[in-house]
Design a protein around this ligand. Structure first.
Ligand code: PEP
Ligand code: MN
Length: 360
């Protein structure tokens, strides 16, 4: 008899569950509608006053047996889930999101492709220092089949007394040397003025970690007609990196390469902590190519081969490596730059020599 009673009551509960489920999802649909209207009108999703008002109405009507606190607690959970729903929809609607574009974006630079089948190598010194230096590095890179030459002409240095880069002269001589070897130039810009100046010399604009959330600069490169290599800020989440890319994409520049370059943690045996999970996550969440800077993330040469292998195994579309003909006298990042032999053996170890030579 008792069991039968329980069974009967459970049936009633199941029925109520079905009704609750239907009501919850109906409620969620209305929440989504509100979310879309709010988005169109640039209004924040979260409205604490409205939420408070809703809880007050509910507790006024509450006749138990649930206490007011429990009712507020339960509806807070519903409100939280609703907010997430609105945010998720927005995230899925980002132009850089995988939902918006299923196929991988390929960055085409002349006859080269980033984000294609073959991982690319972007290599060169931390900073452009002299013609001799650039020539020595570029000729070896070229011999190994590397097509992308990096080098900073505008350097974001922590101390204002450290070497700040050669500026326009650095860009000019890097372009000259790159042209001699048929290479492409990747170089950082930190302001709208530098962007304008670099336009003439550079094939890919780099936005450094420190400027990942320089929104005005992001808008400027968003208007540019050349690809952008966007580095993750060392305190930035992947969501923030995606939103930074959205700034560029939304302005019309769809040629964006994301770069994981390590984040700040308590660990001090590496310069930064390389977040390798960023690679597969970004590839899932966005359609943009993702590369890994194995030099700035680790800050050390002795683990560069396994780290590079790991980055490629995780699905990276390429690597960035700092290479100098004489690292001992480099004017910045001296201890993390590979010398020419070390770089050649890295390329060998990765089996990239032939691949980069045959083009992408
Ligand atoms: C660089 O690549 O030259 C550089 C300064 O890197 P990051 O912005 O990642 O620190
Ligand atoms: Mn550097």
């Amino acid at each position: 008899m008792t069991l039968q009673q329980i069974e009967k009551l459970r049936k009633e509960l199941d029925l109520i569950n079905d009704q609750l489920l239907e009501l919850l999802n109906r409620r969620a649909e209305i929440v989504q509608q509100i979310g879309r209207i709010k988005k169109e009108n640039n209004l924040p999703f979260y409205d604490p006053e409205r939420e408070q008002e809703m809880f007050e109405k509910l507790t006024e009507k509450n006749s138990g047996p649930f206490s007011d606190e429990t009712i507020v607690h339960l509806f807070k959970e519903i409100a939280k889930a609703s907010l997430k729903l609105q945010e998720k929809e927005t995230e899925e609607q980002l132009l850089v999101s995988r939902e918006m574009k299923k196929e991988d974006t390929k960055i085409v630079v002349g006859d080269l492709v980033i984000g294609g089948k073959i991982p690319v190598m972007i290599a060169g010194p931390c900073a452009v220092e002299s013609r001799e230096q650039m020539k020595a590095v570029a000729s070896e890179l070229n011999r190994l089949g590397v097509s992308f030459l990096r080098g900073g002409a505008f350097k974001p240095r922590t101390s204002p007394y450290s070497f700040q880069g050669l500026g326009r002269e650095g860009l000019r001589l890097m372009r000259e040397v790159a042209d001699e070897y048929g290479m492409k130039v990747v170089s950082e810009v930190m302001s709208a003025e530098q962007l304008e100046l670099a336009e003439e010399y550079v094939d890919i604009f780099q936005i450094g970690a420190r400027n990942m959330q320089n929104f005005e600069l992001l808008k400027e490169v968003g208007n540019a007609k050349k690809p952008v290599l966007l580095k993750r800020g060392f305190m930035a989440t992947l969501e923030e990196l995606m939103l930074a890319a959205e700034y560029i994409y939304a302005r019309g520049n769809t040629q964006i390469i994301l770069c994981e370059r390590g984040i700040r943690t308590f660990e001090h045996w590496t310069r930064n902590t390389l977040d390798l999970s960023a690679v597969p996550i970004l590839k899932l969440k966005t359609h943009l190519p993702v590369i890994v800077d194995v030099s700035h993330s680790t800050g050390r040469k002795d683990i560069i081969l396994p780290i590079s292998k790991a980055a490629l195994a995780a699905g990276a579309d390429g690597l960035m490596v700092e290479v100098h003909n004489n690292p001992a006298i480099a004017r910045s990042d001296a201890h993390q730059q590979l010398n020419l032999e070390e770089f050649a053996s890295l390329m060998e170890g990765l089996g990239l020599i032939k691949k980069n030579k045959s083009g992408c």
